[in-house]
Design a protein around this ligand. Structure first.
Ligand SMILES: C[S@@+](CC[C@H](N)C(=O)[O-])C[C@H]1O[C@@H](n2cnc3c(N)ncnc32)[C@H](O)[C@@H]1O
Ligand code: SF4
Length: 383
């Protein structure tokens, strides 16, 4: 898991066939179709512009996220990968992940993605229960999702899938059964997200009007505990709050974010962190796909945010991201970034409360009982 100089490239494909009512990702439905050739040109310009600012990097991970990247033609994915390789050196063991919706149509493109250079897929299975899938607004059945997982397994050595739990009426017993069935289909990695009611989504409106009732905090805590217990027993412990892997099967791209390494954000609404001449730059591009296209076509890039982070901001980010990981953070690295050490008094209070612990190697991490209150722990340490 050593990634001392990791550099990731995130590529955002902002389109979906339909919008799921719980989702607030930057994803859009375009019934009139999408001019992929035009997007290929814009992605190429933005990659070139980013590489000009951050030259000489060796790309260790590439992640096609969305939206639904499995709606892209394999030739589009190929063109983007070729452009990345033209502007940066690509590591021999590069991890190239593509997020896919688990429908049969999307799965027919898997072989093409493999030939293009993708070596890992992450499928949004969400649930193994057809009633729940319908309620989540998904276009696939559980059977179809499992068939797509089987296709992924036959083509890719590495695959993962996502499930959403703490759904309406879900009991810890029912979730335990579903999770065990999922683990039987999993390889080295699973992402397990607790359903979040995101502002301004159809689910938020239903929740507000009392038509969508989700498990309360106590039940949510039980569901979380069941998740940890079953996954750990199955050899898939959490390496991050919502991500589980066999040792060595972690998503290296997501580790780039959580370990505070460098990454380029390409495509509409993509975020990046670039270390330029000793300054950490936070970047973000225009979110609306057509506005992003026009901006890139006229200016060569889609940046709308390009800010130097202060030491304090960088240190907060390192805490916020690093404490999500089971491996925790290195207090010395924190001190080097912040220009001050973490407050020993706060550490000892949180330690006595059982929320954090210091490892024999000096790293600081959140404990199993601290994870459900992670935001409060981070806020306390950062204050
Ligand atoms: C960009 S999507 C994955 C790829 C693909 N678009 C799909 O849905 O199959 C990322 C993942 O975030 C999770 N997610 C999105 N909104 C969520 C929410 N409100 N609560 C919990 N998980 C959510 C889902 O598990 C989803 O698979
Ligand atoms: S969950 Fe996935 S498929 Fe559904 S709207 Fe969000 S990005 Fe699109």
């Amino acid at each position: 898991m050593s990634e001392s100089r990791a550099f990731g490239v995130y590529v955002h494909w902002p389109f979906c066939l339909s919008k799921c009512p719980y989702c607030d990702f930057n994803s859009h439905v375009r019934h009139e179709g999408i001019d992929e050739a035009r997007y290929i040109g814009a992605f190429a310009s933005e990659i070139a512009a980013t590489a000009e600012r951050a030259p000489g990097r060796e790309v260790s991970t590439i992640f096609f996220g969305g939206g639904t990247p499995s709606l892209m033609q394999p030739s589009t994915v190929q063109a983007i990968l070729d452009t990345i390789a033209k502007h940066w050196t690509v590591a021999r063991d590069v991890e190239v992940t593509l997020e896919a919706n688990p429908t049969s149509v999307d799965a027919t493109r898997f072989r093409g993605y493999r030939s293009a250079g993708v070596n890992r897929v992450s499928l949004g299975v969400q649930a193994l229960d057809d009633t729940a899938l319908k309620e989540l607004g998904r276009l696939h059945s559980a059977r179809e999702a499992l068939d797509a997982v089987a296709v992924a397994r036959s083509i890719f050595e590495r695959y993962s899938f996502d499930l959403i739990y703490a759904r309406p009426r879900q009991t810890p017993q029912a979730w335990a059964e579903e999770l065990k069935r999922a683990i039987a289909e999993a390889a080295e990695h699973l992402s397990l997200y607790q359903l979040t009611i995101e502002p301004d989504t159809p689910f938020a409106a239903l929740h507000k009007s009392g038509k969508l009732i989700i498990p309360d905090d106590d039940c949510g805590r039980d569901l979380y505990d069941v998740t940890q217990e079953i996954c750990a027993k199955a050899g898939l412990p959490a390496y991050e709050v919502s991500n589980h892997a066999r040792p060595g099967g972690e998503c290296r791209h997501n580790l780039v974010y959580w370990r505070g390494h460098e990454y380029a954000g390409i495509g509409p609404g993509a975020h990046g962190r670039l270390d330029l001449a000793g300054v950490r730059q936070a970047t973000a591009t225009e979110k609306r796909p057509e506005a992003w296209l026009m901006r890139v076509e006229s200016m060569g890039h889609g940046l709308v945010t390009d800010e130097a982070l202060t030491r304090e901001e960088q240190a907060d980010e390192y805490l916020l991201m690093g404490l999500r990981l089971a491996e925790g953070i290195d207090p010395q690295r924190y001190a080097a970034i912040a220009g001050r050490t973490l407050d020993p008094k706060r550490i000892s209070v949180l330690d006595e409360e059982g929320a954090i612990e210091t490892m024999p190697d000096g790293r600081l991490r959140v404990t199993q009982s601290g994870f459900p209150v992670l935001d409060a722990v981070v806020a306390d340490l950062a204050a």
